[in-house]
Design a binder for this molecule. Structure first.
Ligand SMILES: Nc1ncnc2c1ncn2[C@@H]1O[C@H](COP(=O)(O)OP(=O)(O)O)[C@@H](O)[C@H]1O
Ligand SMILES: [Mg+2]
Length: 322
């Protein structure tokens, strides 16, 4: 289980849940609220901008997150007039292959919901079946409750959530975890957003066997596999952020690298790009040390073709499909 704090986390700043407690008298019917000002005060644009700049592509995902932010801002304004529309259900399902940005977006989402006062803390607790389900009778409920306790005030991200349900075994302890989650998800006063993540097809069959879970999910967001161009742009973004650049001769090699890597088993979209860059950094460092001698900024930052060409995707014959 991992726990991550969003960037720039703050607590109890304007617009926190307390500010809208029913104790505040509602505004008079002819009052005006400046939404632009509300938006600026919540500092939600910083998170939305970070999402835009740190993630290549994913336009439909970014649009949905912006829409959710708008809904919560308007809800807050309505609440100030005493208009109660109930707490919106924000449990979500993120479908897509590994490395398509689901966890990264969930971290930003947690931060956004915190800034809009929807959750108190804004952290993300990422778990899989093993964190929730015990091996023996009586172990599951305490495990699941412990995780829920840690996630309160934040986002609980359940990766490959369909492993909680095993159709072939009706006595499986996963069912117990599902039931506890359902209860907590239903109780909207709980200060928690649950995000179920995983492959689309498996998630669809999980929902058809667990209609209760399906009905509690308000937003289904799909993360498509990246195109070749997007993968290259992601690579460039990662390199730039880490203070590296490709030599002109390395450009076609990097392109070729990504094409080959994509065709191989266990390709994981942006995660594979990240791993490729990390290995190239290792080779680069080893090459510089082996060469010895004096280096300047250029040598320290520029990746040469050999830093990629030594990869298995070039040295091994293409793996059989599958
Ligand atoms: N669109 C993107 N642009 C830039 N980097 C990305 C993008 N999508 C994913 N990444 C990076 O790829 C890695 C894996 O992403 P992650 O969010 O863990 O994917 P998932 O949860 O879908 O497996 C992270 O380092 C993330 O920052
Ligand atoms: Mg992930």
């Amino acid at each position: 289980m991992t726990e991550r704090m969003g960037f720039g986390m703050r607590s109890g700043v304007n617009g926190s849940a307390e500010a809208e407690a029913p104790a505040d008298p509602p505004l008079p019917a002819d009052a005006r609220i400046d939404l632009a000002r509300e938006r600026a005060d919540s500092q939600v644009d910083e998170v939305l901008d970070a999402l835009d700049t740190e993630l290549v592509g994913l336009v439909p995902v970014k649009t949905r997150i912006r829409e959710i932010a708008a809904l919560l801002l308007v809800d807050r304004a309505r609440a100030r007039f005493g208009i109660d529309s109930g707490r919106p259900n924000l449990h979500m399902c993120f479908t897509g292959s590994p490395g398509t940005g689901k966890t990264t977006v969930a971290v930003r989402l947690a931060e956004l919901l915190h800034r809009l006062g929807y959750i108190r803390k804004g952290h993300l607790v990422s778990v899989t079946r093993d964190d929730l389900v015990g091996q023996y009778v009586g172990h599951t409920a305490p495990k699941t409750k412990e995780v829920l306790k840690r996630a309160m005030g934040g986002v609980l991200f359940i990766d490959e959530a369909y492993y909680l349900y095993r159709a072939e075994n009706e006595r499986d302890y996963g069912q117990e975890a599902i039931e506890i989650l359902l209860q907590v998800m239903e109780n909207q006063r709980d200060d928690l957003v649950v995000v179920l993540a995983g492959y689309k097809d498996r998630m669809d069959s999980f929902f058809s066997s667990n209609p209760g879970m399906s009905s509690r999910i308000a937003h289904h967001i799909d993360f498509p596999d990246y195109t070749g161009e997007e993968l290259e742009a992601i690579g460039r973004l990662m390199l730039a952020r880490e203070g590296y650049a490709l030599a002109p001769e390395t450009e076609p090699v990097f392109h070729d690298y990504l094409e080959r890597r994509r065709a191989r088993p266990r390709f994981a979209n942006a995660r594979s790009v990240r791993n490729a860059i990390e290995r190239a950094r290792l080779r680069h460092a080893n090459r510089l040390i082996a060469e010895g001698g004096r280096v300047g900024r250029a040598e320290l930052t520029i990746l040469q073709p050999d830093d990629f060409l030594a990869s298995r995707v070039f040295t091994e014959k293409a793996a059989p499909p599958g």
